[in-house]
Structures are given as C-alpha cells and as structure tokens.
Design a protein around this ligand. Structure first.
Ligand code: ADP
Length: 455
C-alpha cells in the first residue's frame, strides 16, 4: 500500500494533523541544524581569533625581548605554546610538553585545526612562521565542545517537545475547525424523506463550511418543494380520479338494485360514459403535464403569426361562446411573428379562451388581442367580462389542481389544470404568462413571447 493511499484512508482531522506535524518537523529540524552550525562556526571563529591574538603577542615578544618569552605563560596565561628557532626549541611551555602537542605539528606550518591528544583532550592549534622561527600555540577546546553539547542537548529535548505540542495543538485545532462538518454530518444523517423540513446547522456564513451548509440547505429546500409538489400532485390527482369513479359506481349500483326499462338503462350508461369521458380527459391532461415535466416534449422553434394562430383558436371555440350568446372578438395587428411551437401555444391559448368563455356570464364579452410590444415582445391577451379572480387567489391559479371556487369550476368540467398547462405553454416557448384581474371586473390573461428575429 502506498503512502498516499494509506493517507487517503485516514480521516481529514488526522491527515491535517500529520501534514501539519510533518511540515513543522521539517522546519524545526532545518532551523535546529542551522542554529547548531551557526553557533559552532561562531565559537570556532572566536577561538581562532583568540589564537591569532596569542600568536601575535608571542611573535611580538620573540622579536623584542626573546628572554621574556617565559613570562607569557605566567603573566598573560598562554598555557600552551612553543617557539622554535630554526630547529632548536627556544621555549616550550610545560603544558605544551605535557599534552604532547608537538605531535600536532607538521613539517610546514598549517592553518588552525583541531587535534586530539593521546589522552583524549582536543586542542585547537594555530601556527605562525617567519624567517628562522616558527611559533605554535594551542588552546583546549573543551569549553567550546561543552557549549555545543549543551546546545545539542537542548535542541534534542526541545525539538521533540515542540513537535509533540504542535501535534497536540494541531489535532485540537483541526478538530475545532472541522467541528461544523461533524455537526452537518450528524444532522444530515437524521434527514429523511419524512423530515425534509430540517436543515443543516448554518455555521459561520463567512467561512467555507458555512457557505457549503447554506448551499446544501438551499438544495434541501428545492428537494422539499419538489417533494411537496409531487405529494400534493399525487393526492390531488387521486382525488380527481376518485370523483368520477365514485359517481360511476353509485350510478351502477343504483341501476343494479332496481330493474329498469331500456330507456333508463341507456340513461345510466350515458351518464357513466360521461364520467368515462371526464376520466379520459383528466388522464390525458395529466399525461401531457407529466411528459412536459419530464422534458420529453421538445418545443419546435418556428416563426408563427400569432394573429393567425389566435384567429384559428378563437374560431374553434366560437361555437361555445355562441351557445352563451357572448361576443367573442379578435383584435390583431397582423402579422405578429413570434418564435414558438404553434401546437403547444395553441393548447395554452385554448385553455385561456375556454376559461374566459366558461367563466363569463351569458351575453358577456370575450376579447382576444394580439399585438407587438416593441422592441422585442409579442403578446396575446384574453380579456373577459366574467367574475374576475380575487387578488388573494391570483398567485395560485396557475398551480395544478387549484380552483378559486372548486364547486363552480368542477361543475363547469374543470380539473384546475388548464392554467398550469397555459403557463407551461408560455414558458416552454421562452415566454411568460401574466394575470390582471380584480373581483367583479373580469380577467385579463396575457401570454408574452419573444418576437421572431428579423432575418
Ligand atoms: P379549470 O379547469 O378548473 O378551469 P384552470 O387551471 O383553468 O382550471 O383555472 C384555475 C381556476 O382559476 C379556475 O378554477 C377558476 O376558478 C379560475 N379562473 C381561471 N380562468 C378564469 C377566468 N377567466 N375568470 C375567472 N376565474 C378564472
């Protein structure tokens, strides 16, 4: 197993801590080695400088008063030195002789260096030579070595302690940083289809976790809305389907219980067929909406003269308005070309004009207007002189199965789906649907579409 895959199997908290500790260990190690080297170089440089000063002092005395050389040991405290004149020893301190430092010298003078005696003491030795003389001086390195050992010991104890503290601190800190994620995970585990109203803890909106939580909460809200719509849709659809089925069953049961003559049976069958027809219409509408929802219907994009389209739909429904003695008028700027799918748009417009006729009383007015709103929009308006739609219902009338007055609407054969389809027809064609109405003052439904672009 590679290091990366092992790392990936650990949780984020441990991974963060390990990364943090690894990087910190590298930094601390590099820092420690650097400090040790710098101190060591500094100490040896000081030692060499002091040896250089001793050499200069000895050389000065040698040149001026060679007889006073032995005072350097007793009075100035230079314990280890030797002065050679040609090959003859002019002066050798007792310390020099005791430690056998003469063995440290080569045939020719060399730069300052460390040398360890047979007894194990280490000395720093420096030399100077001139015409006919050679001076060698040495100093015990022990204080320097001791300082370096103390420093190394401090680092050897301090670095692991600092690392251990850093790992513990990093672990606690990572835990605190990741606490919102744990809280989100715990809450998300509790959210089921039955508790979609629950939300993740919001956290701090300024940090990434807070933003993640907000995005997930928005997604949950959308899922909840869709779920509720679906639930409502299923409940409403079942309810709508049950009504004609119940009607058929009760009509059938009554007919079964008594013996009827053929004319009455025909009547029973006729009323059952009416319900079957209602059921068929409902199922077809539901199917159309479901297909629209699933995106199975791909609207065509063609240039359509809305005035001609509205005229076609109006003439198709004219018979219904004539039955109620209404005045159905068409006012159109011709031509008004919009880019849309004519079949889908006709479906929406049929529903609007049909509603207008249905809800407008006998001898009322229904007016369909087609016009352009420059620079880029085309509108079809369906205005009626019916009861209007109270303001409190206006934002709901486009919802599926919503009826302002359910008794009246159902009696008129409506399922509360016509406006939902009209809205889909407008939106599928890249437009929108609007409603202007007030109670008792008629209704105006407006489909707004983009004008066809002039080639
Ligand atoms: P329905 O098939 O029941 O008519 P719609 O979705 O077409 O369903 O309309 C929803 C509700 O909006 C209707 O039940 C009705 O109360 C109201 N409505 C729609 N069009 C009009 C209108 N032109 N005048 C008054 N009320 C209307």
């Amino acid at each position: 197993m590679t290091a990366t895959s092992t790392m990936n199997r650990l949780n984020i908290r441990v991974r963060l801590t390990l990364w943090h500790a690894g990087v910190l260990a590298l930094i601390i190690l590099a820092f420690s080695v650097g400090v040790f080297c710098l101190v060591s170089v500094g100490l040896y440089r000081d030692l060499d400088r002091s040896l250089g000063r001793d050499l200069a002092a000895i050389e000065k005395v040698y040149r001026a008063e060679p007889a006073e050389l032995n005072e350097l040991e007793s009075e100035i405290g230079i314990d280890y030195f030797e002065v050679l004149q040609e090959t003859r020893v002019l002066l050798r301190t007792s310390g020099w002789a005791r430690e056998g430092l003469g063995h440290a010298l080569g045939a020719t003078p060399a730069p300052p260096r460390s040398w360890t005696t047979a007894a194990g003491s280490t000395f720093r030795v420096a030399e100077a030579a001139g015409s006919g003389f050679r001076i060698a001086v040495a100093v015990n390195e022990e204080p320097v070595t001791r300082s370096l050992v103390v420093l190394a010991a401090m680092l050897a104890i301090g670095v692991p302690c600092a690392l251990a503290l850093a790992i513990a601190g990093g672990y606690v800190l990572a835990g605190r940083m990741l606490a919102p994620i744990s809280a989100m995970t715990a809450r998300a585990r509790q959210i089921t289809a039955e508790s979609l109203n629950e939300r993740l803890p919001p956290g701090n909106p300024a940090d990434e976790f807070g933003q993640l939580s907000a995005v997930i909460n928005q997604a949950l809200a959308r899922v909840q809305r869709s779920f509720e719509q679906l639930r409502r849709f299923t409940a409403d659809a079942s309810h709508e389907l049950r009504t004609p089925l119940t009607a058929m069953r009760s009509v059938g049961e009554v007919a079964m219980q008594s013996s009827l003559d053929p004319a009455d049976y025909r009547e029973v069958i006729g009323s059952m067929l009416e319900e079957v027809e209602r059921l068929t219409r409902l199922v077809e509408t539901l199917l159309a909406l479901t297909r629209a929802d699933s995106g199975a219907i791909k609207p065509a994009r063609e240039s359509v003269d809305l005035a001609a389209l509205a005229a076609g739909v109006a003439s198709q429904l004219a018979v219904l308005s004539e039955e109620k003695g209404q005045h159905l008028r068409l006012v159109a700027d011709a031509p008004v070309d919009a880019t849309c799918d004519p079949t889908i748009l006709s479906q929406g417009l049929v529903n609007l004009i049909h509603n207008a006729i249905k809800f407008t009383p006998i001898a009322g007015d229904v007016c369909v207007t087609v016009r352009k709103i420059l620079p880029a929009e085309a509108v079809i308006e369906v205005q009626d002189s019916g009861p209007g739609i109270p303001e409190r219902h206006q934002s709901y009338v486009f919802d599926r199965f919503y009826r302002v007055d359910s008794g009246r609407s159902r009696d008129a054969g409506g399922f509360g789906l016509g406006l939902a389809i009209a809205r889909w027809a407008a939106e599928a064609n890249g437009g929108r649907i609007e409603l202007e109405s007030a109670e008792g003052q008629g209704s105006l439904f407006r489909i707004v579409l983009p004008l066809a672009s002039v080639p």
